[in-house]
Design a protein around this ligand. Structure first.
Ligand code: FES
Length: 136
């Protein structure tokens, strides 16, 4: 069922991100990615990160989710760009919710997808690069 995008429910910023998602799509040269799902509603997010010199150079996403999860994922890609990894990992679901002008109480959980995906992607990247043999 289509969800209402009423401005009484969602901020103008959230509606804009949902209708014009930033950095939507897969990233062919991603260094890190993660796929997360919300077991309750079934919504999912795959996030892609390009990591250069300890920073998130670019981020993109694919989402099958509600307007709040798509909007927070879109905002996350903008928040992440240029951040060092520690700063990216420090972002919380509240930061992503704030970036879309806040979420209605019933939708606060939707920002968890972005936060979880970012943490998993960076954690996986750290594990892989720590395990990789030094390049010659
Ligand atoms: S309703 Fe599932 S993430 Fe929003």
């Amino acid at each position: 069922m289509a969800e209402s995008l009423s401005p009484e429910v969602y901020s103008a910023v959230l509606i804009d991100h949902f209708q014009h998602p930033r950095n939507a799509g897969a990233m062919a040269d991603a260094d890190a990615e993660a796929f997360v799902t919300n077991p309750v509603c079934g919504d999912s997010l795959r996030i892609f990160l390009k990591i250069e010199d300890g920073r998130v150079a670019r981020a993109s996403f694919l989402s099958s989710g509600c307007p709040a999860s798509i909007a927070t994922s879109s905002a996350a890609t903008e928040l992440l760009a240029g951040r060092d990894l520690a700063s990216a990992e420090a972002l919380t679901r509240d930061d992503y919710a704030d970036a879309v002008g806040g979420l209605p109480k019933a939708k606060v959980h939707c920002s968890v997808l972005a936060a979880s995906a970012v943490h998993q992607a960076i954690k996986g990247w750290r594990a892989r690069t720590a395990a990789a043999p030094p390049s010659a």
